[in-house]
Design a protein around this ligand. Structure first.
Ligand code: 5AD
Ligand code: SF4
Length: 467
């Protein structure tokens, strides 16, 4: 694998902007206002990438639509983290054959993490002939030239070669929401957890320069955004590659000092690099949400070692203690995998113990999915699918009970919430800790902070009344 990060030059990006202009002229000459449909699978990083794809499409004169039917270009941004996501992508891309038949000029692109796996990209190239172009995350910035080539030559275009990844400033972003924004602080991952495909498909860790991140946050806050989520596969290793003595806590503090009424969140924190400095920084600034997503993955030390996680359950619990000491109202969420190869019943019980001990507000639970090319995929895995499903159900039941208990403790108290939309005749909002609160109120409150008193709770959400 080529280990060098490429910083894409301003000139190279300007060239792409010029190509966008040429695409506009192409459509103008035909008297057509083209429309594009971008479909996203997977995590927030992919959502953020899709916002950049939409930004480039808008630059090229495309309007955005939310259906593949009749779209002039379709971009499917894929996820490779579990087999299930990949199967859905293959199924849905396959079905586009019919959509394209009804709209023959349609150009179909598939991009994202699946295109970082040579065998998967090969399968897409060889068996899905109605797909016009493929590109991996490293080549996202070149999308205008790929699209232009496909339009001009009617040939298929591919940009999926391996690389350690690029870093690009200045791609236009079309944000789907005027209230909440994603801001990537870094790309890639160096951790190589033994089950995970991400380091192979998103390349090595590379941090954006602090001044670029801070400037983007400042612009968003000045434009009226109320919530910014800083993104990275492992934000706590931010800055290591820059070697300028700025770590994630320093970056967070500088952003939190921007004047305005807003909240900053971030994800994901790897326990390996989470520190007291981070918790103290979170505690210090009212603009930083007291919410931490700290994946533990397993409560068993042997499994953690096999997962290559670089911490044990004692270290993890000590981090939780420190975090709660700094922020008594902290909302804590996590990711956990059941059925890792060779996980015994007793080892699984350690995971149950961990969630009982910590008492998470919410948990993202996954059944282990073998990813070809990762070390865990070669480990013996004698546990049956039924047994893994049983463990998964037990885990979910336990967490649901804990979530309900924690939610019940909200009842009777008042919280500041950010109103983000409507569901039926109720407004939807989020507490600082990210808990969903529904309440009755006027539409004018959407986009504003207000205070609600919690009157009822369920496993997944809270019900309140405006104060
Ligand atoms: N199987 C199941 N879950 C996985 N995750 C990552 N890789 C796998 C896999 N192969 C989970 C981890 C990670 C989250 C984003 O997805 O819990 O934190
Ligand atoms: Fe995957 Fe581990 Fe990196 Fe997270 S930290 S993206 S789980 S390799």
């Amino acid at each position: 694998m080529n280990q060098k990060t490429t910083v894409i030059s301003k000139e190279a990006l300007r060239e792409q902007q010029e190509i966008c202009q040429k695409i506009r002229e192409y459509w103008n000459a035909r008297g057509i206002t083209p429309v594009a449909f971008v479909d996203t699978y997977g995590c927030q990083q992919n959502e953020a990438d899709s916002e950049r794809i939409r930004g480039m499409l808008e630059d090229a004169g495309y309007g955005l639509t939310n259906t593949e039917e009749g779209a002039d270009v379709i971009v499917i941004n894929t996820c490779a983290i579990r087999e299930h996501a990949e199967q859905r992508v293959f199924g849905n891309v396959g079905a586009l054959v019919h959509t394209k038949r009804r709209h023959p000029g349609q150009k179909i692109f598939v991009c994202g993490c699946m295109m970082g796996q040579p065998e998967i990209a090969g399968k897409m190239k060889n068996s899905y002939h109605h797909v016009d172009g493929l590109f991996s995350t490293h080549h996202l910035w070149e999308f205008p030239s790929l699209l232009y080539k496909a339009l001009m030559t009617n040939k298929r275009v591919f940009a999926t070669e391996d690389s350690a990844g690029s870093i690009v400033e200045g791609i236009p972003v079309s944000r789907s929401n005027g209230l909440k924004a994603w801001v990537s602080v870094m790309y890639g991952c160096n951790n190589f957890c033994s089950y995970c495909i991400v380091p192979y498909v998103r390349g090595r860790e590379r941090s954006r320069m602090p001044e670029d991140v801070i400037a983007e946050c400042r612009e968003l806050i000045e434009a009226g955004y109320k919530e910014i989520t800083l993104l990275g596969q492992n934000v706590n290793s931010y800055g290591k590659d820059l070697e300028i003595g700025v770590d994630f806590s320093d970056l967070l503090a500088q952003i939190a000092e921007i004047p305005g009424d807003y909240l900053i969140r971030f994800m994901t924190s790897h326990p390996r690099d989470a520190s007291k400095k981070l918790f103290d920084t979170m505690a210090k600034y009212p603009t930083i949400a007291k919410q931490l997503h700290l994946p533990f993955q397993s409560g068993n030390d042997r499994i953690l070692k096999e997962m290559n996680r670089h911490y044990d359950s004692a270290k993890y619990l000590e981090l939780v203690r420190q975090a709660r000491e700094a922020m008594p109202d902290l909302v804590l969420t996590s990711d956990v995998i059941v059925g890792f190869p060779g996980e015994t019943e007793e080892e699984f019980e350690d995971t149950i113990k961990m969630i009982e001990t910590v008492g998470y507000d919410a948990l993202f639970t996954f059944i282990y999915s073998p990813r070809p090319g990762t070390p865990a995929a070669k480990m013996p895995d004698p546990t049956t699918k039924q047994e893994k499903n049983r463990r998964f159900d037990r885990l979910c039941d336990t967490q649901n009970r804990i979530s309900s208990e924690r939610h019940r403790a909200y009842v009777g108290k008042s919280y500041r919430v950010l109103v983000d939309g409507k569901d039926g005749d109720q407004l939807t909002s989020r507490t600082e800790g990210g808990r969903l609160v529904r309440f009755a109120g006027s539409d004018e409150l959407i986009g504003q902070f207000c205070t609600v008193r919690i009157t009822e709770s369920t496993t997944w959400s809270l019900i309140g009344a405006l104060e």
